[in-house]
Design a protein around this ligand. Sequence first.
Ligand code: AHG
Ligand code: MN
Ligand code: MN
Length: 334
Amino acid sequence: MKRISLTQHLVEQQRQHNSIPAELRLLIEVVARACKTISHSVGKGALGDVLGTASSENVQGEIQKKLDIISNEILLEANEWGGHLAAMASEEMETIHPIPNRYPKGEYMLLFDPLDGSSNIDVNVSIGTIFSVLKAPDGMTVPTEQDFLQPGTMQVAAGYAIYGPQTMLVLTTGNGVHCFTLDREMGSWVMTQRDIKIPEETSEYSINASNARHWHPPMQRYFNELQAGKTGSRGRDFNMRWVASMVADVHRIMSRGGIFMYPADAREPDKAGKLRLMYEANPMSFIVEQAGGAATDGQNRILDIKPHTLHQRVPVFMGSKSEVELVTRYHRGE
Ligand code: AHG
Ligand code: MN
Ligand code: MN
């Protein structure tokens, strides 16, 4: 395969499909560069003193890891000065981060989960960064939280970096999903898969089954049928995988199919599931749909949800179409 760099790919997209304005291209390249820096820190581990917990909590009351904070800082610093953004929002920050007045402002807004899969940092298992790009509403002067509350269908780009045996960047600008591998010697992103498609059918599911007793009846039903395998109504066996990094679990599904689930449960009725709509569910749903898969909250398409708060949580069912449709039918009572 001819080596195509991320820059070359973005320029081609800009020329062929006119889908990427120059500003957006610059923004994506800056995010990709920040992910390279995060990958470098992750790779150092104990040698870089980046493991372990910090002495702080984020807005959702979760203890922050050192790398959560480091990654957040890297993304903020990289994106502040380029002139392509109006504001940023992050899973690790209570409120939005407008671009400081000393820098020029642009028309995009960037949202991110700087370090996804934090529980895996200290045990050397794959983790990632997830990002989503929105356009600032027309006429916006001083950005507010309200300006970010746009449905996922409004995203103009989304992607994730996965820090695993290889560091990869998986990206969509609404024109398919393309995958780049970091060439560590050259320091550049090289396209290694074009137009990834998720197989429609699958026999693999991904869920934290330790929560099973708290799930609602439709989820229990679907899960019991998967577990019954050949001996049950599904008539075939299913395999299970759970990395506990959404990025890693969804990346596996991008490669070989599967369904990823984080349902709501009965423990905290006010919290609809664990995953965050703006930083996790929306960008991953955009990517999954662009790869021919589906993503719902059990009732509706995730990308259609009108957000009401920045840190809102949603139940998530995403991946191979046939399974997402089935579990959604069960939840709808169909
Ligand atoms: P984060 O590390 O950004 O807080 O996200 C963790 C999320 C997601 O990546 C993963 O799928 C899930 O939480 C794991 O949850 P369990 O701890 O219940 O397995
Ligand atoms: Mn996360
Ligand atoms: Mn995170």
